[in-house]
Design a protein around this ligand. Structure first.
Ligand SMILES: [Fe+2]
Ligand SMILES: [Fe+2]
Length: 345
């Protein structure tokens, strides 16, 4: 018997994924952007080869000095999450039928996984350089956190099951889209328009990736609805683990919990967003309308259709208070005072 969520080669899931190669190939050109039409981190940073680089840098730092510490902390946590990309590519390549079997294979799934990784790689690069240039961040503490995170790894409890994998990525791409977009809104509020633009560009990529993973999963729902709905319910029951939940700066065992609390406190990514994502995915895959299901699949359907309301009720009761210190910003304290009122909307 396979262990945990392991799917063996020639399993029904593996066969479905293999049968989708043509479909993925047909959609690749709309889901990934050609390199020569893509933005690059340098496009959004001071141009240090210009004669006036000192003025550019001074202006950059002045604008960045307007960002509140709590926004800075969330931006740092988001950047660290992006920088653990090696773990995500490794994980994606382990999903049955999806993996790149040579490392440079021409199959549509392999092209997708490399193209996705290449696009994502710019996110960490850009945010890392942005934060470095602000001069407001203890970059060594941040780099130590990235080092720990990549060596600790990433286990979203999917095993190598591609259905669980694509449900996870559909969820996560939407979550990162929300998070980057909201940091951008807060940056604009602080008058930092460059960061607003940067976060908007990154959120745009996340939105395209979300569309891709939702499309793959829609096809799976069409080809294998019974197993797809069971996988969806299973993923939601085990809760969606955030990609950077093993983050550690070498000192603070509760670093991820504290980072999440600050993100929730300034409403960049909240329990309410978690509920909204479930609702969006249930609608996207038309879960309520699926028919001819087995008993187990019908139970999963009922569970999924009521789930976002349950999370929304929990979200209403969440409150944060007190202060938290972060090594990333030289142990300065961030004040928490979330009252449940949505200020960002
Ligand atoms: Fe990203
Ligand atoms: Fe992403």
């Amino acid at each position: 018997m396979p262990e945990g969520n392991q799917i063996v080669v020639n399993s029904p899931q593996f066969e479905v994924i293999k049968s989708m190669e043509g479909f993925v190939g047909e959609n690749l050109s709309s889901l990934l952007k050609p390199v020569d039409e893509s933005w690059q981190p340098t496009d959004y940073l001071p141009d240090l080869k210009q004669e006036n680089w000192r003025e550019q840098l001074a202006e950059f730092r002045e604008k960045a000095s307007e960002l509140p510490d709590d926004v800075l902390v969330v931006l740092i946590g988001d950047m660290i999450t992006e920088e653990a990309l090696p773990s995500y590519q490794t994980w994606l390549n382990r999903l049955q039928g999806v993996g790149d079997i040579t490392g440079a294979h021409s199959s549509p799934w392999a092209q997708w996984s490399r193209g996705w990784t290449a696009e994502e790689n710019r996110h960490g690069d850009l945010l890392n350089r942005y934060l470095y240039l602000t001069g407001r961040v203890d970059m060594r503490a941040v780099e130590t956190t990235i080092h720990h995170l990549i060596s600790s790894g990433f286990d979203p409890q999917t095993g190598n099951d591609p259905y669980l994998g694509f449900i996870y990525t559909s969820f996560q791409e939407r979550a990162t889209k929300i998070s980057h977009r909201n940091v951008g809104v807060l940056a604009a509020k602080a008058g930092e328009n460059r960061l607003h633009k940067i976060c908007g560009m990154i959120a745009g990529d996340e939105a395209r990736h979300e569309k891709a993973y939702k499309l793959f999963m829609s096809k799976i729902f069409e080809l294998d609805p019974g197993r797809a709905i069971l996988a969806f319910a299973k993923m939601m029951k085990s809760k969606v683990v955030m990609p950077a939940n093993l983050m550690y700066d070498g000192k603070d065992k509760n670093l991820f919990t504290k980072f999440s609390a600050v993100a929730q406190n300034i409403e960049v990514y909240t329990a309410r967003d978690y509920a909204e994502i479930i609702d969006a995915l249930v609608k996207e895959w038309k879960v309520a309308a699926l028919q001819g299901l087995t008993d187990a699949a019908s139970k999963a359907q009922e569970y999924l259709c009521g789930l976002s309301d349950r999370y929304a009720r929990v979200a209403e009761r969440m409150k944060f208070s007190g202060t938290e210190k972060f090594s990333w910003i030289f142990d300065r304290e961030v004040v928490l005072g979330f009252t449940g009122k949505r200020a960002l909307a």
